[in-house]
Design a protein around this ligand. Structure first.
Ligand SMILES: Nc1nc(=O)c2c([nH]1)NC[C@@H]1CN(c3ccc(C(=O)N[C@@H](CCC(=O)O)C(=O)O)cc3)CN21
Ligand SMILES: CC(C)C(=O)C(=O)O
Ligand SMILES: [Mg+2]
Length: 270
């Protein structure tokens, strides 16, 4: 490893260039320094401190109880282990209900946590929030499709955008959020063909999870990749541990499978 100040960090410009040049972007979650370091050393481009920590770290049934304080804490831990990857942090449930609140909480994730981008679950209804964050220098990833913070409103974790009307609404949300200044989109659990259409139409990088191979990049929850999620992991996930003795080797296998277009396979899509 080269000396610290010679280490080039991944930036939003690098992500845009990867999309333009057709190089796949590999992303993973991490919630502490030890795993952020392993994820980073595997060559991951973007580390997400996801509010999924409410489920995989804290053991709750949903992400709804996760607080800004908890997100700041875990982001700070991940920042301590990260070297090269861009660090993105989730805005938790109810932390961005108006632009002033969103600015305050995004500032904490960046200034106290060390994040370089925030992600928020939202559609066209979050345009004003995304616009204000963007205007004030906060890069935003807009998370569309299945939004786990809506679990109680949806009544479960289900594929989104299956019928023509909801597919149309998703396409419009993607366009609106990009126009509002989003730097990146994340599509969760949407049909493969719809994700391909949105990725094609977008002018910014699109990361998928359960959204097929046409997206510009992929993300999975760390615990699913390592096969340590209690209970049944989502169908779109793949355990990369079999065949590897070390955690780092499994993480590298994931990164290489994404880069090589071997993950996701058709059976991981809807
Ligand atoms: N371990 C873990 N992995 C994740 O990907 C993840 C979390 N936790 N926690 C936060 C959210 C919640 N997510 C989830 C959770 C469950 C499904 C799920 O069970 N999906 C069904 C699809 C059902 C359908 O066909 O409509 C599946 O079988 O995969 C999907 C996303 C994604 N995120
Ligand atoms: C599943 C990913 C995209 C996420 O939002 C999280 O880990 O919280
Ligand atoms: Mg999340």
């Amino acid at each position: 490893m080269s000396v610290h100040n010679e280490q080039k960090r991944v930036t939003v410009a690098d992500l845009r260039r990867a999309r333009r040049e057709g190089r796949k972007i590999a992303c993973l979650t991490a919630y502490d320094a030890a795993f952020a370091r392993l994820v980073d050393e595997a060559g991951t481009d973007v580390i997400l401190v996801g509010d999924s920590l409410g489920m995989v770290v804290q053991g709750h049934e949903t992400t709804v109880s996760v607080t800004v304080d908890e997100m700041v804490y875990h982001t700070r831990l991940a920042a301590a282990g990260r070297r090269h990857a861009l660090l993105m942090a989730d805005m938790p449930f109810m932390s961005f209900t108006d632009p002033a609140m969103a600015l305050r909480n995004a500032a904490r994730l960046m200034q106290e946590g060390g994040a370089e981008m925030v992600k928020l679950e939202g559609g066209a209804g979050q345009m004003a929030v995304v616009e204000q964050l963007s205007v004030h220098g906060v890069p935003v990833c807009a998370h569309l499709g299945l939004r786990p913070q809506f679990v109680h409103k949806i009544g479960g974790y289900r594929v989104q955008g299956r019928d023509a009307a909801s597919a149309q609404a998703l396409c419009e949300d993607a366009r609106a959020l990009e126009a509002a200044g989003a730097e990146m989109l994340l599509l969760e659990c949407v049909p493969v063909s719809l994700a391909a259409e949105i990725t094609e139409a977008a002018g910014i990088p699109v990361i998928g999870i359960g959204a097929g191979a046409a997206c510009d990049g992929q993300i999975l929850v760390l615990h699913d990749v390592l096969g340590i999620t209690p209970g049944k992991p989502p169908r779109f996930a793949r355990n990369f541990m079999p065949g590897h003795e070390r955690v780092g080797d499994a993480l590298r296998a994931y990164v290489e499978a994404v880069r090589g277009g071997r993950f996701p396979a058709p059976e991981h899509g809807f």
